[in-house]
Design a protein around this ligand. Sequence first.
Ligand SMILES: [Zn+2]
Length: 178
Amino acid sequence: MSEGAPSQRLPRWLSPRKLAYSNAAITGWIDKSDLQRLSDAVDSIGDVQISLEFSQNDDGKLVVSGAIEALLAYQCQRCLQIMPARSESVRLSVGIVRDEEEAKQLPRSLEPWIVLEDEADVYQLIEDELLLTMPVVAYHDFECIDASLLSSVAAADTDHKADKGPFSVLSELKSRED
Ligand SMILES: [Zn+2]
């Protein structure tokens, strides 16, 4: 683990408004077993490190900003091999709101985080953010399957169709001769 890495587990349930009023900062890690939706979407999850800063901006909006770093491994959708895990970094910038109406009043730079009760599930927020930054389809960034193999399969298919042509003409001729 890198120097200064947070060593404590991030609590799942936080009181975001209280934290914002007191300008709190929280760092920690999340265990991959607590990120089930993300686990289903990737091949494997390594460390997930989070740092969050709660504050009130100049307009009086309650804001959470921070960073999420997660080591994720994907399966290549071309060759189906597992690619080396890579670190995904996500910047978080959300405004704490009670409903859609309040969400509409947020500046564009803030995504709404709807928090109905005092406490909120911060893992869900983090998991949503990570899912949003994932590639829709993951591929190796090089030609992991020999392109000539792919084209020879295509060529064989064309040959096969071409074979049918003369043969069927021949059989037609034969049937006429009979
Ligand atoms: Zn591949």
